[in-house]
Design a protein around this ligand. Structure first.
Ligand SMILES: Cc1cc2nc3c(=O)[nH]c(=O)nc-3n(C[C@H](O)[C@H](O)[C@H](O)COP(=O)(O)OP(=O)(O)OC[C@H]3O[C@@H](n4cnc5c(N)ncnc54)[C@H](O)[C@@H]3O)c2cc1C
Ligand code: FES
Ligand code: FES
Length: 488
């Protein structure tokens, strides 16, 4: 059984297949067809809803792709759809502003765009055009009428946010706190909630001990974090996931902590929160996360899920490899620390043992160079997967490189460090000669595959160009001219 607020209505679901997406629940049993299905794969934004959570007694509302969200992820949250915004005949400002600016163009995209605009105004008041594009990048308009949509968003961001949701924020937070309180009362009897239906089960443990025990007991279960990768198994490959174990109610897993020596990212910390919190510690990391998927996906997705799916073109791994990250892993009562260097074994294969899960990701602060940089090359700027991803973490002192960690995605079967290249860089001057040798070493490090995103030669050239760009960013004045003459 799960309980959540559908707008202000307390809603309890029992006997529902936990493989059901929020989109299918909305359009089916809930009879709310305002939310549309375009792609069912997180790419178009037609299904965008807003999910509210209490934070410090007030509500925080963020977008999500309902086609990638499984119903169990609603437990203890507030779900808002396009039907919930207007009050009687009075459109919500997000709707009215879109209509006033001629941005309401078709019935497929508009509900999702309205929901993204609603969350944009709440999370980025006064947003500039760049920020608006980042927030709306996950909403496609196939007729390419973006100008009026962006103008509407600009107008909305200038208007005061004084809608009924803000006015009732504390009351909604209290309603949700009551739901969570009741859930915690049950905890005395049982530390795990369960949602079951259609011979499928989703277990929602509330603490790490229960999670570890359950996953050890059922190592064949699928762990559910943000679901932005896992849900595709259901919506794109029509697979059945008979047993899910959700990580989303284990409070200890969501923390992001920064000490003098370490940055620790809990396994269920969301990418949007990570980006926000790391802004002042590793700005290039945060900046790069804005190129990761879309706002809707970042609000749900986790870095641990990104590592566990072991995609060779995942964006998190190259950055974390370059930053010397390590993982806390747990299986039953056993815990171990593993350098990320040892995590990826082969294509889509990791060092996780059956029943073992990622608890947290650690980034040692001493390893983070102030000149850390990461770049993603993809066919589209917004909401696209990398062709090549390069992350560069060099320390240098008076023009001499004192340490080098470089990692790439899209260059091998796994995200990987460029070890030959690194050894060409260590203890060498930041110069054209060093750059040339380092670029040649990339040929030894990688023999990438050719596919529809890029040929082998293209990928190697891009990797070299990114390294060259990094060198250029580190050098000033005459040195820059010297390097710019290098043709990699
Ligand atoms: C439209 C779209 C765009 C995308 N764009 C990008 C992109 O630009 N860059 C990119 O890198 N990826 C992208 N992705 C892929 C995906 O969003 C990311 O990999 C995301 O970080 C996965 O995290 P999640 O929390 O949603 O994982 P989930 O879907 O919940 O889980 C993914 C896998 O990891 C396992 N898992 C999750 N957490 C743990 C844990 N703590 N321990 C062990 N196993 C675990 C799950 O069982 C599952 O097998 C995109 C996906 C979509 C749908
Ligand atoms: S239906 Fe396209 S993003 Fe969900
Ligand atoms: S608004 Fe739907 S295609 Fe442009």
């Amino acid at each position: 059984m799960i309980t959540f607020l559908h707008n202000r209505a307390r809603t309890t679901l029992t006997d529902i297949d936990p493989d059901t997406t929020v989109l299918n629940w909305l359009r089916g049993p809930a009879g709310c067809t305002g939310t549309k299905e375009g792609c069912a794969s997180g790419d178009c934004g037609a299904c965008t809803v807003v999910v509210g959570e209490p934070q410090h007694g007030k509500m925080v509302w963020k977008t999500a792709n309902s086609c990638l969200m499984l119903v169990s992820q609603l437990q203890g949250k507030q779900l808002l759809t396009v039907e919930d915004l207007a009050q009687g005949n009075q459109l919500h400002p997000a709707q009215q502003t879109l209509a006033d600016n001629h941005g309401s163009q078709c019935g497929f995209c508009t509900p999702g765009i309205v929901m993204s605009m609603f969350a944009l105004q709440k999370n980025a008041p006064g947003a500039d055009r760049h920020s608006i594009e980042q927030h709306l990048g996950g909403n496609l308009c196939r007729c390419t009428g973006y100008r009026p949509i962006i103008e509407a968003a600009q107008a909305l961001c200038q208007a005061p946010d004084d809608d009924q949701f803000q006015a009732n924020s504390a009351a909604i937070a209290q309603q949700l706190a009551q739901i969570t309180g009741e859930e915690n009362d049950d905890e005395e009897n049982d530390a795990t909630t369960e949602l079951a239906g259609g011979n499928h089960r989703c277990l929602l443990p509330k603490d790490i001990t229960s999670l570890a025990r359950l996953y050890q007991q059922y190592p064949q279960a699928h762990l559910l974090a943000g679901g932005t990768d896992l849900a595709l198994q259901i919506t794109q490959f029509y697979r059945q996931l008979p047993l899910l174990i959700s990580l989303n109610h284990v409070k200890e897993l969501s923390a992001i902590t920064v000490t003098d020596s370490m940055i620790t990212l809990g396994a269920t910390a969301r990418l949007s929160d990570i980006g926000h919190q790391l802004q002042s510690y590793i700005p290039a990391f945060s900046e790069m996360l804005t190129r990761f998927a879309s706002c809707q996906v970042r609000n749900q997705a986790t870095l641990a899920g990104n590592l566990a799916n072991a995609s060779p073109i995942g964006d998190g791994a190259p950055m974390l490899l370059a930053l010397g990250a390590s993982l806390s892993l747990q299986c039953g009562e056993q815990q171990r620390e593993l350098p990320l260097d040892d995590f990826f074994l082969d294509y889509r294969k990791t060092a996780l043992a059956p029943g073992e899960f990622i608890r947290a990701i650690h980034i040692p602060r001493v390893t983070v160079s102030p000149s850390f940089q990461a770049w993603k090359v993809s066919k589209r700027r917004e909401d696209d997967i990398s062709t090549v991803f390069g992350a560069f973490n060099l320390h240098h002192d008076q023009g001499v490189i004192t340490s080098a960690r470089l990692a790439f995605g899209g260059m091998a079967a796994v995200p990987a460090r460029a070890l030959a290249c690194e050894s060409e860089l260590c203890a060498k001057p930041l110069s054209e000669t060093t750059l040339a040798a380092a670029c040649s070493a990339l040929d030894k490090d990688f023999s990438p595959m050719s596919d529809f995103r890029g040929t082998k030669d293209y990928r190697l050239q891009v990797a070299k160009n990114l390294l060259r760009r990094y060198f250029m960013s580190q050098l000033q004045g005459s040195d820059l001219v010297e390097v710019s003459q290098y043709v990699g």
